[in-house]
Write a protein that binds this ligand. Structure first.
Ligand code: CP
Ligand code: NVA
Length: 334
């Protein structure tokens, strides 16, 4: 398997075998890290980390992973670059391509990261767009595989805004890996029909299935994984909060939803999560709308079933695998 020189823009671009290869590489890198074995395979190289939206996990994962691979990093914050304001994506790609061996981009439309990749002579990694969050997918798949020992046949139920980056990406990931995906939400929040159709075709080949349902009982029944994400994503206007709370509250992950899943079901969330009043936005929402928990209750978030912090740690190991694979894995390791 050779992924050297490839971009990592969305999971749709990769075969199940290539995805499995990256997961295996991540598992190997994780084991090496735990044992204190150095993996400075890319000493002397540098990567640019562009964030047009804020981040805790993705930024830290890229920085730590790059350092572990022996590389230097330059972080461009949401306001600290000329991108899109004074300089086009095409020009930025060629400027950075002359200084760095790889470029991470977090921002708005998928078309932006696609254009960046089209012009940059080095691998480009998607650190989240409105449409897709592919590095999160590798972390989620690794976490599920570690927990259940397999991916094939696992039922993953996604509750909440399934038409945005997380819902789209999880549907693709499940279709690719032979898993059963259920979007359990109000019709308005179902993933885009053309993507559903594309995933349906993939599912027909991998043994996966896709279910879109407004019925919580049907959606969560026998789920192995119950997954959710914030109801309002980065870049969306504050005005949508009221509508989202009204429309998505029935799809909150709470004890009843978990009780309807398999007894051994786990709870997952890409994070950050609104499950208590320990955040500024959480407090503001409580004052305005009177609710203290949103997409997940504190009870579920803090329960034994919750594997969100294992999932968050795996962001680092899987992002390291993406960079290592696309920059080239040394022969002696293979
Ligand atoms: N899950 C995730 O992407 O987190 P950050 O926004 O903190 O990077
Ligand atoms: N849907 C969320 C994911 C955050 C990791 C957002 O785009 O803000």
């Amino acid at each position: 398997m050779d992924l050297k020189g490839r971009d990592f823009l969305k999971l749709l671009d990769f075969t199940p075998e290539e995805i499995t290869y990256m997961l295996d590489l991540a598992a190997d890198l994780k084991e090496k890290k735990k044992k204190g074995i150095l993996t400075e395979w890319h000493k002397g190289k540098n990567v640019a980390l562009i964030f047009e939206k804020t981040s805790t996990r993705t930024r830290c994962a890229f920085e730590v992973a790059a350092h572990d691979l022996g590389m230097g990093t330059t972080y461009l914050d949401p306001s600290g670059s000329q991108i899109g304001k004074k300089e086009s994506i095409a020009d930025t790609a060629r400027v950075l391509g002359g200084m760095f061996e790889g470029i991470e981009y977090r921002g708005f439309g998928q078309d932006i990261v696609d254009e960046l990749a089209g012009y940059a002579p080095v691998p480009v990694w998607n650190g989240l767009t409105n449409e897709f969050h592919p590095t999160q997918m590798l972390a989620d798949l690794l976490t599920i595989r570690e927990h259940f020992g397999r991916l094939e046949g696992i039922k993953l139920t996604y509750m909440g805004d399934a038409r945005y980056n997380m819902g789209n990406s999880l549907m693709v990931a499940c279709a690719k890996m032979g898993m059963h995906f259920a979007a359990c939400t109000s019709k308005k929040y179902f993933p885009d029909s053309s993507l559903v159709e594309e995933c349906g075709k993939i599912a027909a080949q991998t043994g996966a299935s896709i279910l879109l349902t407004e019925d919580v009982e049907e959606g969560t029944r026998d789920a192995d994984v119950v997954y959710t994400d914030v109801w309002v994503s980065m870049g969306e206007p504050d005005e949508v909060w009221e509508e989202r709370i009204r429309e998505l509250s029935p799809y909150q992950v709470n004890a009843a939803a978990m009780a309807n899943a398999k007894p051994e079901a786990v709870f997952m969330h890409c994070l950050p999560a609104f499950h208590d009043l320990k955040t500024k936005i959480g407090k503001e929402i409580k004052e305005k709308f009177g609710i203290g928990e949103m997409e997940v209750t504190d009870e579920v978030f803090e329960s034994e079933a919750s594997i969100v912090f294992e999932e968050a740690e795996n962001r680092m190991h899987t992002i390291k695998a993406v960079m290592a694979a696309t920059l080239g894995v040394p022969k002696e390791r293979e």
